[in-house]
Design a protein around this ligand. Structure first.
Ligand code: PNS
Length: 224
């Protein structure tokens, strides 16, 4: 992973590509496998480092970690990523490997589906993490956890999680983004329920997810 600094925009580099000249790469031990390289931001040398603009410049080099189970990823999640990219230079979609036993898809499948769903977004990295989220966020040199909120019913759970994370690491902030009205009712849980009974989830999840759901439930039906 390349070290990140504030005040610069960041762009993703494919892991297979060599490190650009003039950059230093350091290894990380927390399963972080993305790479970024630094290029001068439009702000470099132009904006005075005072007042509001100084804060704006700080914001220019920011990445957000968007964690979740993503079992599976839905268009509601994709929409949050799209809107987060308007506010951040990059988004890491972090798929929790330690999810309850009743997950429909294993972590590799969940990561794979998310990668396909987000393949056209160059400033997004998808990866999995284990253990405490705050440790993962710190290892990614990020300070922002992003979560989507659909309804007030989400709030209590989210409030507890954000408070726990804050207690664990004061430097990490949780930011919430309201779900798009078109996806207010969409959750991975209801998507799975509908798909398990043969209902259509078209327009609510990416095509690759639709296909995977169909295959998985067909296979489960045959097993019975
Ligand atoms: O999509 P989800 O299931 O609501 O996501 C929950 C998730 C994965 C973000 C949360 O369970 C999590 O952060 N797990 C990692 C373990 C951790 O850090 N727990 C302490 C915070 S509650």
């Amino acid at each position: 992973m390349l070290l990140m600094e504030r005040g610069h925009a960041w762009s993703r580099r494919r892991v297979s590509e060599p490190a650009p000249t003039g950059t230093t790469e350091t290894s990380q031990d927390a399963g972080v496998c993305f790479s970024w390289f630094r290029f001068p931001s439009v702000c470099d040398g132009y904006l005075p480092k005072v007042g509001r603009l100084a804060r704006l410049e700080d914001f220019m080099g920011k990445i957000a970690v968007y964690p979740g189970s993503f079992d599976p990823i839905t268009f509601g999640h994709v929409d949050i990523v799209d809107r987060a990219l308007e506010c951040f230079d990059g988004v890491i979609l972090a798929v929790a490997a330690d999810t309850p036993k009743d997950a429909l898809f294993n972590v590799n499948e969940r990561v794979e589906m998310a990668k396909v769903a987000l393949k056209d977004k160059p400033d997004v990295v998808v990866e999995s993490f284990r253990g405490l989220l705050v440790n993962y966020v710190a290892s990614a040199k990020a300070t922002v956890i992003l979560r989507g909120l659909r309804a007030t019913s989400d709030f209590e759970y989210e409030f507890h999680m954000a408070s726990t994370n804050k207690n664990l690491n004061q430097k990490i902030e949780t930011l919430f983004m309201m779900a798009n009205k078109d996806y207010f009712f969409v959750s991975s849980r209801t998507i799975k329920e509908v798909a398990s009974m043969g209902g259509s989830v078209k327009g609510l999840v990416p095509e690759c997810v639709e296909r995977k759901l169909r295959e998985r439930f067909e296979a489960l039906r045959k097993k019975k």
